[in-house]
Design a protein. Structure first.
Length: 452
């Protein structure tokens, strides 16, 4: 089983849901892409270039400069994310070879961990002076929720994970000239996390060592909660070299959270209850996005996008706490994640049917930052393939209102979990859960934009 420190800490990185995915997240790891209903309909193709509405400011603040001269406006986005994560054990840990009194690890050998979630987002924008527009976004950019039975075979790795982030992002967009717009934003981000896992309490003395008996009725439960504020910025540029061609580039700075909270232990038998203060570091990755929106015909526009995310910053999870609340046989070393940087590639199209209706279609490929060696039940992530469709409706009778809607289906490659087998021989608490996840995600989103 991954060591306890990882379990303690992931309470920090996992957010709303969303996203993550992996649990409830829709993008790689625990990222939530659902910041725009219009962009979701094209699988986020052209996110930094196609300045369709003010929700694009999250992905490229320079798109605000393209909307100069507009009335003050506000937009509300609501996404519903429905993940499915079905785990099936392929090999159940057997400790009898190392410790004859032990046997096959008890517990449910199949389990589902995904939790549905709503993700709300808000935007507002207004001109300040000629050439300069101010915008405000309140976003949920990272998060997830996974919830497993307390008696499943992977209970010592994860039971519940709930992470939520809220990002307050004031933004300025400056129209330099007819071809170029620039943008900058500042972010104040709040993160709140809760994590729980079971801990084997009952022990037998074998060869002068206290070895857990791994009986479900003797398990204790560890719950960790913490929150934090962190600060960052984002930059962007939008270029229109010729009529019908829009190019965008944007950078979002990474953030470093220090989550502070409590670690609570509920006894299952031999050990006493306990509580202690805790502190953990959580790194939110930086990202760079390149996008293009190319008009092919009076009604057709091609959208394309590439986004790089610096997940390699997410290397290790460690929490500072008083370990005396835990049984003596529980280890307390930091866990190495060894994640890689990732790319997401999107391709889509928009069809301008009439003054009242637009339609979109898109596909995407989203890499996972993790590997079989470092995958965890809290974030059972794998490479993803997106298929999306959506549209825009501007009712003729209410010219100030624009409504966007989208649906996306995401396939995840089957995700194998194989934790080092030799851990079982070194310490029976470290169970090598071996199995596979079959996962998918459905996302429904709608937004309403009102111009005052």
């Amino acid at each position: 089983m991954p060591n306890l420190n990882r379990r303690l800490f992931i309470a920090a990185p996992c957010l709303l849901t969303l996203t993550a995915f992996s649990g409830g997240a829709s993008a790689a790891a625990f990222q939530l892409q659902e910041q725009s209903a219009s962009l979701l309909g094209s699988a986020f193709a052209g996110r930094s270039a196609d300045a369709h509405d003010i929700s694009h400011m999250y992905f490229n603040p320079a798109t605000l400069g393209v909307h100069l001269g507009h009335d003050p406006e506000a937009e509300v986005v609501l996404s519903y994310i429905s993940p499915t994560f079905d785990f099936e054990a392929e090999e159940v840990p057997d400790f009898s070879q190392a410790h004859p009194s032990q046997g096959e690890m008890p517990g449910q050998q199949s389990a589902g961990g995904g939790e549905d979630a709503f993700v709300p987002v808000f935007y507002a924008a207004t001109d300040i002076i000629p050439g300069l527009r101010f915008g405000l976004g309140i976003n949920v950019p990272y998060g997830m929720e996974t919830d497993y039975p307390e008696d499943w075979v992977g209970r010592y790795d994860a039971v519940n994970t709930d992470l939520m982030t809220i990002d307050i992002n004031p933004t300025l967009g400056w129209r330099v000239n007819e071809q170029l717009a620039l943008g900058v934003g500042l972010s104040a981000q709040y993160a709140d996390a809760s994590l729980s896992s079971m801990v084997p309490e009952k022990t037998n003395e074998i060869n002068n060592e206290h070895v857990p008996t791994l009986e479900t009725d003797g398990d204790g439960k560890l719950t960790v909660e913490g929150d934090s504020w962190a600060y960052g910025f984002n930059l962007g540029a939008h270029f229109t070299p010729t009529h019908g061609t829009q190019l965008g580039i944007a950078y979002r700075h990474g953030m470093g959270h220090t989550l502070e909270g409590d670690a609570d232990y509920q006894e299952g038998g031999a050990h006493t209850d306990g509580s202690t203060d805790g502190e953990a570091d959580l790194d939110i990755p930086a990202s760079v996005n390149l996008g293009i929106a190319q008009q092919l015909h009076q009604r057709w526009t091609l959208l394309a996008d590439a986004t790089w995310t610096q997940w390699s910053d997410f290397e290790e999870l460690a929490i500072e706490k008083d370990a005396s609340i835990l049984p003596d046989h529980v280890d307390n070393e930091p866990e190495t994640y060894d994640w890689d940087d990732t790319w997401m590639f999107s391709l889509g199209t928009r069809y301008d049917h009439s003054d009242q209706w637009d339609f979109r279609l898109g596909v995407a490929y989203d890499q996972t930052p993790t590997s079989d060696r470092y995958r965890t039940p809290r974030i059972p992530d794998e490479d993803r393939t997106w298929v999306a469709l959506g549209g825009t409706w501007q009712p003729e009778a209410v010219s100030n209102l624009t409504v966007d809607f989208a649906y996306t289906y995401i396939w995840l490659d089957d995700a194998a979990i194989t934790l080092a087998e030799d851990l079982a021989e070194q310490n029976a608490i470290n169970d090598p859960v071996e199995g596979e996840y079959e996962s998918n995600v459905q996302v429904f989103a709608a937004s309403a934009n009102w111009r005052f």
